[in-house]
Write a protein that binds this ligand. Structure first.
Ligand SMILES: Nc1ncnc2c1ncn2[C@@H]1O[C@H](COP(=O)(O)OP(=O)(O)OP(=O)(O)O)[C@@H](O)[C@H]1O
Ligand code: SF4
Ligand SMILES: [Mg+2]
Length: 343
């Protein structure tokens, strides 16, 4: 496998409030994140709301400045470009290669622009083509995501949620990118439409030779589409694993908790499974000492409250976890493959 993107010790701190008589507060949204994305894979980033998934995506495309750390884009031939070191002008060419599909298709598509112009805009901004060539490229990209040519003059509100998401995908793909970051690309959609969009993403990946970072809070969706998973909690990476292994035998108690909360179709197997995730997520501005998960972890011991565990390979497997006891805990996987929801 060839690495396409690497993130090294990335941190992002938001400073909130502050004024004449008010003290500002720091909110650490990302804490020392390191990961790699291999060419051709679909890497999922999962975790509950607020754990920093969108912030990570936005830091990678430099839509937000990072506080610390580096992001490298690996070119064919092995040369690395440090995206975090580039200014606005210098990053522009790389923005063609790395595109993001944003979380909410309604607010990310300009309601005052026709679909044709929404998809044409990146081609115009990057001065790729114009006139008839631009028109053909826009129409053919929209056709690939299932939007017919006779609909391109309409505005976003005239489309369904699934169609709007397809338009967002076309806007990302029209520049012929290498890496697409899809942020909750199907979360707002009904399950049947989710399946259509997921299948479309899979087909497009094959056709265009894409690599995906697939951000989602839904492990069922992740199991359907991802090769590898990064689990985040409170701005930390707590586990990374090939998808199958993660569902078979998670290595971090937080992953086990997420799997326990997955809906199970067979009632005879539901016993002992949680319907909801347990415990409150601590406020990011006031994070626990030691292991960030200790306030919700049923395996926590004194050491967990005092010492922060490091992310490391577990027992010579392809799995990594940040838990003091990951080597010896026998954590429970999922009873059944949740992709059945989409069958
Ligand atoms: N621009 C910002 N200014 C201040 N705080 C922010 C900003 N953007 C995000 N945050 C905070 O950073 C944390 C991480 O937010 P982020 O949107 O990355 O989470 P997420 O995992 O994508 O959540 P969700 O699943 O709800 O989309 C949250 O506590 C959020 O409130
Ligand atoms: S280090 Fe301790 S608190 Fe953290 S996940 Fe492991 S057992 Fe739980
Ligand atoms: Mg988000």
């Amino acid at each position: 496998m060839t690495t396409l993107l690497s993130v090294e010790n990335l941190s992002k701190v938001y400073t909130l409030g502050g004024g004449l008589f008010k003290k500002s507060r720091d909110l650490v949204a990302l804490n020392d994140i390191s990961l790699t994305v291999e060419a051709g894979e679909t890497l999922a980033i999962v975790g509950e709301s607020g754990c920093g998934k969108t912030t990570l995506g936005r830091c990678i495309i430099k839509a937000q400045p990072v506080t610390e750390g580096k992001v490298f884009y690996h070119q064919e031939g092995g040369q690395k470009v440090e995206l975090t070191a580039l200014d606005k002008r210098a990053i522009k060419p790389w923005r063609r290669d790395i595109r993001m599909i944003f979380q909410d298709p309604m607010s990310s598509l300009n309601p005052n622009m026709r679909v044709f112009d929404i998809v044409a805009e990146p081609l115009r901004v990057h001065r790729i083509c114009k006139g008839r060539e631009l028109e053909e490229r826009v129409v053919s990209t929209l056709a690939k995501v299932g939007i017919p040519a006779d609909a391109i003059g309409r505005y976003p509100h005239a489309f369904s949620g699934g169609q709007r998401q397809r338009i967002g995908i076309a806007r990302a793909l029209v520049l012929d990118p290498k890496l697409v970051i899809a942020d909750e690309a199907v979360s707002a959609l009904d399950v049947s439409i989710q399946a259509q969009v997921l299948n479309l993403l899979d087909d497009l990946k094959e056709e265009f030779g894409l690599t995906y970072i697939f951000i989602s809070h839904d492990l069922g969706v992740v199991n359907y589409i991802a090769d590898r998973v990064v689990v985040m909690y409170l701005g930390h990476v707590v586990e990374t694993s090939p998808t199958e292994l993660l569902f078979e035998r998670p290595r971090h108690p937080y992953t086990e908790m997420l799997l326990e909360a997955l809906p199970i179709a067979d009632p005879s197997r539901r016993k002992g499974r949680n319907k909801e995730l347990k415990g409150e997520i601590p406020y990011l501005g006031n994070r626990p000492q030691g292991c960030p998960f200790h306030t919700r972890c049923k395996y926590a011991e004194d050491k967990c409250r005092a010492e922060k565990p490091v992310l490391r390979p577990i027992n010579g497997t392809a799995q990594m976890a940040a838990c003091h006891f990951a080597e010896k805990l026998n954590l429970q996987g999922a009873y059944e493959a949740p992709q059945k929801v989409f069958a």
